[in-house]
Design a protein around this ligand. Structure first.
Ligand code: ATP
Length: 320
């Protein structure tokens, strides 16, 4: 295992590189806790233009180097493991088992997607690893095989593979693509340290048991937000955004309220917490508005990182 070595921008000879996007949930309805420990979800994913890259080169056994956002001292140390706990490593072992090949590869991840930020960065890396290793090893898995493997790695991984816009049901892994052509512009504000997804779900269960938020029976329908996405109207999308994980994320991280207000005050058409947080997603009415919002929020002093993104964009794809 290697840790901290910085993968170069160039792809080494014989290596295969793939990238996969971050996601925002423009609708996230969470049902009650199921007996299997998961929550039933009804969510609408939107893939946005912030990408992690995974490079797979020939090697003996598996090795992994991780570099970029969330891996250095600036974020309080290594949040992203560079060993078998990393989803990229797990994706490699799973694909090798599935295809009956040896798990031999030197893997490198370059992160632009902040870790534990509610943007599915780990899922993006797992999806990119499946795509890159399928080519490196010549395993020729079908998209549907890859999607089945993706679902075993995590609830968001099938969407990271698919990209675009999709309705997710079950744990979020059962996907129906949504066709909508309008590009949507957002500004992502990353504030403070990451939030653990299981902790945010546990806080939701606690708030529900205490009667402080609705109990989650009768999942809010996704049709209104899907219609808004198809309409192309930022006002309609702004009115349709919802996230059941926002209340528990705010309960765990009260400072997020200030971050949401800062984005509203800066003139965002709407603001919401992305997935399990703590990223704040601010909707812009167009690209020029997103540029202005980015400048204002970068100067507001509440976010560690501010990024303008747009979507839908494709899911995990080979580079070069
Ligand atoms: P989601 O929105 O899918 O619930 P997230 O975006 O909030 O997840 P991730 O960035 O996927 O969170 O990371 C969650 C945790 O997963 C990290 O704290 C880290 O310990 C672990 N992890 C494993 N592999 C990776 C990876 N390749 N990149 C980032 N985190 C990873």
């Amino acid at each position: 295992m290697t840790s901290g070595a910085v993968p170069s921008g160039a792809v080494p000879s014989g290596a295969v590189a793939a990238r996969a996007p971050a996601k925002i949930n423009v609708h996230l309805a969470v049902g009650p806790l199921r007996p299997d420990g998961f929550h039933e979800l009804r969510t609408v994913f939107l893939a946005v233009s912030l990408y992690d890259t995974v490079t797979a080169a020939p090697g003996e056994g598996l090795s992994l180097a991780v570099a970029g956002e969330g891996t250095g001292a600036a974020t309080g140390g290594a949040v992203v493991p560079a060993d078998s706990r990393n989803l990229v490593w797990q994706a490699a072992e799973l694909l090798a088992r599935h295809a009956g090949v040896r798990a031999d590869a030197a893997l490198a991840v370059t992160k632009a997607i902040p870790a534990a930020a509610g943007l599915a960065g780990g899922s993006a890396d797992a999806a990119a690893a499946l795509v890159a290793l399928d080519v490196l090893w010549g395993t020729r898995a079908s998209r549907s095989d890859l999607s089945g493997l993706a679902a075993q790695l995590g609830s968001d991984v099938p969407f990271s593979l698919l990209g675009g816009i999709a309705l997710g049901t079950g744990r979020g892994e059962q996907l129906s693509p949504v066709l909508a052509r309008t590009p949507w512009h957002w500004v992502l504000g990353i504030a403070g340290e990451g939030l653990s997804t299981p902790t945010v779900y546990a806080e939701l269960d606690r708030l529900r048991a205490a009667g402080r938020v609705p109990d989650g029976t009768g999942l809010a329908p996704a049709e209104p937000v899907i219609a808004a996405l198809r309409s192309g109207s930022p006002a309609a999308l702004a009115a349709g955004l919802s996230n059941d994980l926002q209340a528990p994320a705010l309960a765990l991280r009260p400072a997020l309220r200030r971050a949401l207000s800062a984005a509203s005050d800066a003139g965002a058409a709407a603001v919401l917490v992305s997935g399990s947080g703590p990223t704040v997603a601010a909707l812009a009415v167009d690209e020029a508005h997103a540029v202005r919002l980015t400048a204002t929020l970068a100067g507001a002093g509440v976010f560690r990182t501010v990024r303008a993104v747009s979507g839908p964009v494709p899911g995990a794809r080979l580079l070069g």
